[in-house]
Design a protein around this ligand. Structure first.
Ligand code: FUC
Length: 826
């Protein structure tokens, strides 16, 4: 009888653990992560990152700190470039691309370091003897409070562990409790793959000191200290040489603090021990609950700005790993909102402005955000700035996390300094340049073999982030602070553009269409006048021009920018009706390359429009069709945005489905997907796909790049009804709330932070009580909604270009006043 009762209670527990409230924003599992890093759950505060395994017998918390990188301050320019530049350019214009690439490999490719590695600090281990056999296991990551919780039962005692990474307190805080007094007995110790020394201080403190590794001839110079304070309630605490043993405690709080000698990319003079002790000494005067309360408040100040409801079905009651497995075949719209909010969670957790006392300013999200356990991670877990780093920040403005854009903007400012020398020494140009990778030390020479490296375009792309941030806020004080970087990026191209011999257009040479070689020139990427380059130069010259105009400065420079811009190569539509990737019509419809760089003009840029450039719009679609759907994670994340911009919600949703497939699904051939912890798979793990897809979901519901606030531009049939609140649009508008039913906007409330005309494009008629809502006429008077005219495309005589049929929309003008809120209804 007693046995039956115990089993009954156990089953009840199991059920309680499994039956989640339907719409909770939680990732949850019925098993620990074991040894699998991509099953562990991430927490972070922009500077500290931790992966929590939730293993009962041996808890592992893998620790990162954003300035722990191999090497030290260094430069990697190749000064031979300048003398070789005229010959390389001549060879390209003579069609001798292979020879040009060979010479560039000798003279432009960096002969120095190829970028340093973002490295781990180490692991905090908590060993619980006898906890290898447990029941009623449950593990979650709560996105609404940014806290992981692990629960299980051993010997009738319910154990709970919570882990957070706090911005206000600058510590990782861990709370261990048990359902009966005196039941917490474990050994805590630090380990690390780095060169470290470990000791204990006093009865209850673990100390690890280390220095990062040498790499590619650059001496490892980042010194770091990890300090852990272990504060039991009841019981005993006894240190050994390198561990602290807690016996018979009722509850325990652990605070983890990490400090380094890093000040900025050229300065390593901070005291790592003091940097680690400062937040730790403050934290230990506070309770876990107090730290938790402040953490949740700081986190929610960002997270709660946006809410998304795409509906909830029975599937939402399943554990997260099961939901991923079933997504394609099932009906689980809530998993998309969970994935969208997880993207926002990740950005809040891995990219914070440096505002806390004593904290180093956070670094931008690397290829892995801030979570890396390997000494030599894939692509060094650094910054690939020919797409991946930019993609990390696509959600920042639209999903209302503009402050989290700051670490990237700071990196742009840093590169605008380091890249000046590269521009001058390698290319004899003013302004600044960066190639396709950079790192903590802000290197701006080339990285990797020239096939991948010959791309002097990152300044143009990264500066768009500085400019677009302004287009959302209209904050001129901010614009002034980034104007020198934007101007410097433009100045480089003013000096570097060269006239090509056939059409006499101004082009970038040498460069490439990122990482893709045309079929007719196998293994040779180098060339001139690639479509993406032309689009990027158009954008950077425009950004500099419009910034100068907004700030009422540099009138002479603006004239130069206008003259140069007018002479750029137009976009071209090739023989298959595709948007040409290269200056010549070399595209192969069978090419499935993951980079589709020439569609930069469609997204994130806005040079292609259904309404203004129908031929180019149709050509972009043809190019995208040719490339197909399934690819690496980040490529699919980009495709969600492209299909959204092509106003095809069902196809965008299809790409979300590809993205939300398990990375190791049986029978899966290639392509990325999603790990059980919702991390994006390149594979391996790369965080860009998370951010790309998050931005894509927003782009399906709201667009503001093409002269209007376009509501529900790409709504898939499966999201018939839903609600979203808090998205931001250019020109200082905020979508306070939008509700849609049966594919129609039922109610929308818009706040105008800057005033001005609000031009709205919608799928259905809307009305307003007492507002001056009128059918739109003429050009939009709002200065943030002026599309930039691109040159008329050249169209191959062999191309059949049919403008795509467009769904009918209505366009309204609503004059707004600064600070006021407006509601429109069906
Ligand atoms: C670019 C991509 C790869 C990978 C790497 C980090 O080079 O082409 O797919 O994402 O960055």
């Amino acid at each position: 009888m007693k046995k039956v009762l115990v089993i009954g209670i156990a089953l009840l527990f199991q059920f309680a653990a499994r039956a989640q409230p339907p719409a909770s924003l939680k990732l949850w599992y019925n098993q620990p992560a074991g040894k699998t890093w991509t099953d562990a759950l991430p927490v972070g505060n922009g500077r500290l990152g931790a992966m929590v395994y939730g293993n009962p017998q041996q808890e592992v918390i893998k620790l990162n700190e954003s300035s722990v990188w191999s090497g030290g301050p260094n430069r990697n320019d190749n000064p031979d470039a300048l003398a070789a530049l005229p010959t390389i350019r001549k060879l390209i214009f003579e069609g001798k691309h292979a020879e040009a690439q060979k010479l560039a490999a000798e003279k432009i490719e960096s002969k120095k370091a190829q970028g340093m590695m973002f490295q781990p600090v180490g692991n905090l281990n908590l060993a619980f003897a006898g906890h290898d056999s447990f029941t009623e296991y449950y593990r979650e990551l709560d996105l609404e409070r940014a806290i992981t919780t692990t629960m299980y039962t051993v010997g009738g005692v319910r154990y709970t562990r919570q882990v957070i990474a706090s911005v206000p307190d600058q510590v990782v805080a861990i709370r261990l409790t048990a359902s009966q007094p005196g039941k917490l007995t474990f050994t805590a110790f630090l380990t690390s793959p780095q060169k470290t020394e470990r000791k204990t201080e006093g009865p209850d403190k673990l100390v690890l000191t280390g220095i990062t590794s040498d790499h590619e001839g650059v001496k490892g110079q980042v010194k770091f200290n990890a300090h852990v304070k272990i504060l039991p309630e009841g019981g005993q605490v006894n240190p050994t040489d390198t561990s602290v043993v807690v016996s018979g405690a009722n509850a325990v709080t652990l605070f983890v603090s990490i400090g380094t000698n890093f000040v900025d990319y050229k300065t390593l003079t901070a005291n790592p021990q003091a940097k680690a002790d400062q937040p730790l000494n403050r934290a230990i005067t506070r309770s876990f609950d107090a730290v938790l309360k402040d953490h949740v408040a700081a986190y929610q100040a960002y997270f709660n700005r946006v809410k998304l409801d795409l509906g909830t079905t029975e599937a939402a009651k399943l554990p997260t790993d099961e939901r991923i497995r079933q997504f394609a075949a099932g009906n689980d719209p809530h998993l998309v909102s969970l994935y969208f909010q997880f993207g926002r969670y990740l950005l809040i957790s891995c990219s914070q402005p440096g505002r806390s006392a004593g904290a180093v300013p956070g670094q931008p999200a690397t290829l892995q955000g801030i979570w890396n356990q390997q000494m030599s991670p894939p692509w060094d877990s650094k910054y690939t700035i020919n797409i991946n780093t930019e993609m990390n920040y696509w959600p920042a403005e639209v999903t209302n996390l503009t402050e989290l854009h700051e670490p990237l903007i700071q990196m742009v400012k840093d590169l605008s300094q380091t890249g000046q020398q590269t521009a001058k020494e390698m290319y004899g140009a003013g302004g600044w340049v960066a190639h396709h990778n950079t790192d903590l030390w802000r290197i701006t020479g080339t990285v990797d073999p020239i096939f991948y490296a010959m791309w002097p375009m990152s300044g143009a792309w990264l500066s768009q982030h500085a400019w677009e941030k302004y287009r959302y806020s209209g904050d001129k004080t901010y614009l002034k602070s980034v104007y020198p970087a934007i101007k410097g990026a433009a100045q480089f191209f003013v000096d570097f553009l060269i006239e090509e011999p056939t059409h006499h257009w101004l082009v970038v040479s040498p460069s490439m269409s990122p990482e893709n070689a045309p079929t007719s020139r196998p293994n040779v990427t180098i060339g001139a006048g690639h479509t993406m380059d032309n689009q990027l130069v158009f954008d950077i010259l425009t950004a500099a021009m419009r910034s100068a105009e907004a700030l009422n400065t540099d009138a002479e420079f603006v004239k130069v920018l206008k003259e140069k811009r007018a002479r750029l190569a137009p976009m071209q539509i090739g023989q298959f009706g595709q948007l040409q990737e290269w200056l010549e019509d070399l595209d192969n419809p069978e090419d499935k390359h993951r980079h589709i760089s020439h569609l930069y003009g469609l997204y994130p840029s806005h040079q292609l429009s259904a309404y203004r450039t129908p031929e180019l719009f149709s050509a972009a679609r043809t190019s995208l069709e040719h490339r197909g759907d399934v690819s690496t994670g980040w490529s699919m994340g980009w495709k969600v945005n492209w299909w959204a911009r092509l106003l095809d919600g069902n196809r965008a949703y299809k790409l979300i489905t590809d993205q939300l497939s398990p990375v190791n699904a049986p029978g899966k051939k290639g392509g990325g997907g999603t790990y059980t912890n919702l991390f994006d798979a390149h594979p391996p793990f790369q965080i860009d796909g998370n951010f790309g897809c998050t931005a894509g979901v927003a782009e399906m519901l709201l667009q503001s790049h093409d002269g209007t606030l376009h509501l529900l531009p790409a709504l898939p049939d499966v999201w018939k009804s839903g609600k979203i609140s808090g998205l931001r649009a250019r020109g200082g508008f905020e979508l306070v709330a939008m509700e849609w039913k049966e594919g129609k906007v039922a109610k929308v409330t818009i706040k105008s932070n800057l005033g001005g005309n609000c031009r709205i494009r919608v799928p259905n008629a809307l009305k307003s009580s007492g507002l001056a809502l009128k059918t739109a006429q003429g050009t939009n008077s709002n200065s943030f909604y002026q599309p930039e005219e691109t040159a008329k495309p050249l169209i191959s005589s062999r191309a059949a270009v049919n403008p795509l049929p467009l769904k009918e929309t209505l366009v309204y003008d609503l004059p707004t006043q600064k600070g006021k809120t407006y509601t429109l209804t069906l």
